[in-house]
Design a protein around this ligand. Structure first.
Ligand code: KG4
Ligand code: ZN
Length: 336
């Protein structure tokens, strides 16, 4: 059978990315132009700046993706693009570009759900991974426990009631003066701290065993910092970081393992920016091993936003029969 080449585009937040993916799992190129340095100045992503930067970069990023894959636009079979969820102005840049390319070249257009992209990142390096499996998605905007029943077929069994896991990392990092984005900085600083020093709360939600809540934990950290300041005691930032991270990881791992057992899933995967967290990865490896579960996770570059994962998701959506028209629009609050 003929190879299927996907040109994928991702602009949902602050990364302008384009990739060429062959037959769903082989990444020929994955170009990521990050705006982090720009948004750092403001302590978080500024939507208007993100949109403008995407417009400046997108042509160059797409051209680079094609040239480094040594593929011409004519050889591409389909164009996959993230159409939600995300920042509306940012999403629109990718969607408009994908539609224009599709119109000019008569190539098939496939709109991709950003979260489905994160899940699909696991297919890139784990050639043996196939549904069904349980996936924990932890990013800056999302915290979901999802049953992946088939390619492109999902059932959400748990979600956050308030802050996303990555959001909690970013807010705590800001509170202890680590800057944006906080996740990687807390990850690094935690290695110098004692994770058992401060006992931060692990939220349980009555009647919803697979749901998450991180706002109470965030408040507990802020209160701890305030009380240190009031008592004029020197706070140990590394201990705070390590104890906070331990509380997040503990809840994520415990609930994921519980769900895997309850739903009889012997394969578990993680996805999203927080899946790059070294402590989460280590703790999941150990917990899955102890429970006889096969564990899968993407390399850090495929955890945070990238177009390769969108190319993989587009391929499986295409095989399922999904086609998008020129009326494809950005859907900022798109549901899975
Ligand atoms: O998936 P992603 O790139 O964007 C969204 O779709 O939201 O995730 C970004 C989030 C940020 O909150 C960032 O702080 C977090 O992922 N993150 C991490 C790590 N690397 C990125 N959190 C904890 N540990 C890390 N190593
Ligand atoms: Zn993302």
């Amino acid at each position: 059978t003929k190879d299927i080449l996907v040109l994928a585009i991702e602009t949902s937040c602050d990364e302008t990315s384009a990739a060429v993916v062959k037959n769903g799992r082989e990444v020929l190129s994955n170009i990521i132009s990050s705006q982090i340095e720009l948004h750092k100045l403001y302590g978080g992503v500024v939507p208007e700046i993100a949109s403008r930067k995407h417009i400046e970069k997108i042509n160059q990023v797409i051209e680079e993706a094609l040239s480094s894959a040594k593929v011409t636009l004519e050889e591409i079979d389909l164009i996959g693009v993230t159409y939600g969820p995300g920042l509306v102005g940012a999403l629109l840049v990718g969607v408009a570009h994908a539609k224009a390319l599709s119109f000019a070249t008569k190539k098939t257009l496939v709109g991709v759900h950003h979260i489905e992209g994160h899940v699909s990142a696991n297919y890139i390096e784990n050639k043996e991974l196939e549904p069904p499996f349980l996936c924990l998605i932890v990013s800056g905007g999302h915290t979901h426990l999802v049953l992946v029943k088939e390619y492109g077929e999902y059932e959400i069994i748990g979600r956050t009631r308030d802050d996303a896991a990555g959001e909690a990392f970013d807010k705590v990092a800001r509170a202890i003066g680590l800057g944006y984005p906080g996740g990687p900085k807390i990850d690094k600083l935690s290695r110098e701290g004692n994770k058992d020093e401060i006992n931060f709360p692990r939220a349980q939600i009555e009647g919803a065993p697979y749901d998450f809540s991180f706002s109470g934990l965030k408040s507990a950290v802020l209160n701890y910092i305030n009380s240190c300041e009031m008592k004029k005691v020197q706070m140990n930032k590394a201990d705070i970081a390590a104890s906070f991270q331990e509380a997040v990881v503990d809840v994520l791992v415990t609930k994921t393992i519980m769900a895997a057992k309850d739903f009889h899933m012997n394969q578990v995967a993680i996805a999203g920016g927080v899946a790059a967290n070294s402590h989460l990865r280590e703790a999941m490896v150990a917990a899955c091993r102890d429970n006889g579960i096969s564990f899968y996770y993407p390399s850090p570059v495929y955890c945070t936003d990238n177009a390769a994962m969108i190319g993989t998701a587009a391929y499986y959506e295409y095989r399922k029969g999904t086609r998008s028209g020129y009326d494809l629009n950005a859907v900022p609050n798109l549901k899975i």
